[in-house]
Design a protein around this ligand. Structure first.
Ligand code: GLN
Length: 384
């Protein structure tokens, strides 16, 4: 049999998705793969029903159905204050997952370097490698997961083509400040690099933290490529709707990558999702309160448990320090938690470049009953 491509040996299958499979096998509460267990807003469900009877069953325009792109442009404008031209600034993708792949392939030539903060969402290294680029890493350090400015400046001396910034960050929950983003932009400008933002948690930010849109900062227009998704904002992770928002010159190239990767996102779902994009500002405030309450419930149990954990500023993840249990690896710990405690979390090592082996990432995008059930089970760790 011929050998498969060598670049594939540089990364493994997704640990997040793998943990979900194991959780399902053992009937554990799945706090591993981050997605809500509750329904999208009623407006979207009603629109989805209508869309099934409409003329939306064939390919949409490759770079996004016009009605969806119009609504998307208005929604982005509303929050960033930028003028967004639906025909020049956007390409609609299958989730932010595809958006990130498109951004990376649009920005990078084979052999280029890409700065990735560690810990990082596991797709970024794979995206870089699949597009022929080489990820180089800069640490985000606890407790608040800031970066060292000199270390970042040094990484830029390696002449990277791009830097990837997840804001709010998965898995750390860090929300980048305006100052930090300006510093990143300044380095990117000095070294002529793109700043690839991944912002699916833009509306899940806890007070007093605030989401700053990097694309709206001075100097951003020509180098920020924003990847985003509707998954988390409207609780529709299975709809696979995302987009790239960038300068027209970048989008003209990104459209080609997207076209040959997937042709387009699902047409009836783009039609239905317009109802989400048109929701009033109060919806987003409600989403923030909803997740703040969920965070409070789940972190309450972790506090009671008494093990150290990371305090999220945004997104819906928390990393629990399980070093006191003395497991040889965090994968072993994650498997044990699934089988013996009945709660699934992701082995932290899958997010880190550094040899970190003592963290388990849980998400709290669950209904309160499930969060409480998981919390009670985790309290059982005190007797172990
Ligand atoms: N972003 C979510 C997580 O980190 C889900 C990822 C996925 O499986 N696409 O768990």
């Amino acid at each position: 049999m011929p050998a498969t491509a060598t670049r594939l040996s540089a990364f493994t299958e997704s640990v997040i998705r793998g943990t979900t499979r194991l959780a399902n096998e053992h009937g554990a509460i799945n706090l591993a793969q981050g997605f809500p267990d509750f329904d999208p807003p009623e407006e979207l469900l009603a629109a989805l029903e209508r869309a099934t009877r409409g003329p939306h069953h064939q390919y949409a325009v490759t770079w996004g159905a016009p009605r969806f792109r119009d609504a998307l442009a208005k929604k982005i404008s509303r929050f960033t204050g930028l003028e967004v031209d639906p025909d020049r600034h956007l390409v609609v993708t299958c989730g932010s997952t595809e958006a990130m792949m498109v951004a990376m392939m649009t920005a990078c030539n084979p052999g280029d370097k890409v700065i990735v903060f560690s810990p990082f969402y596991e797709n970024y290294a794979a995206d870089a490698i699949l597009s022929g680029a080489e990820p180089i890493y800069v640490a985000l350090r606890p407790p608040d997961f800031g970066f060292d400015r000199e270390e970042l400046a040094k990484a830029f001396e390696q002449k990277p083509k791009a830097i990837v910034v997840c804001n709010p960050s998965n898995p750390t929950g860090k929300v980048f400040t305006r100052d930090e983003l300006l510093y990143i932009l300044q380095l990117a400008e000095e070294h002529d690099a793109f700043v690839i933002m991944d912002e699916p948690y833009e509306h899940i930010v806890f007070e007093p933290h605030e989401h700053v849109y990097a694309c709206a900062l001075p100097g951003a227009a020509s180098r920020v490529i924003t990847c985003n998704s509707l998954s988390k904002t409207y609780s529709i992770t299975g709809w696979r709707l995302g987009y790239v928002h960038a300068a027209p010159e970048v989008i003209a190239q990104a459209r080609k990558v997207h076209d040959f990767l997937t042709v387009g996102a699902a047409a009836p779902l783009q039609e239905a999702a317009v109802a989400g994009l048109e929701l009033p500002d109060s919806y987003y405030a409600g989403l923030t309160s909803l997740y703040t309450a969920k965070r409070d419930v789940f972190l309450g149990y972790l506090r009671e448990l008494g093990l150290p954990f990371t305090e999220p500023q945004g997104a819906y993840y928390v990393m629990l320090d399980i070093s006191s249990f003395g497991f040889a690896t965090d994968s072993e710990a994650s498997e044990w938690l699934i089988k013996e405690i009945g709660v699934a979390g992701v082995a932290g090592s899958s997010f880190f470049r550094e040899p970190v082996n003592h963290l388990i990432r849980f998400h709290f995008a669950k209904s309160e009953g499930i969060l409480r059930a998981a919390g009670e089970k985790l309290l059982g760790l005190r007797d172990r």
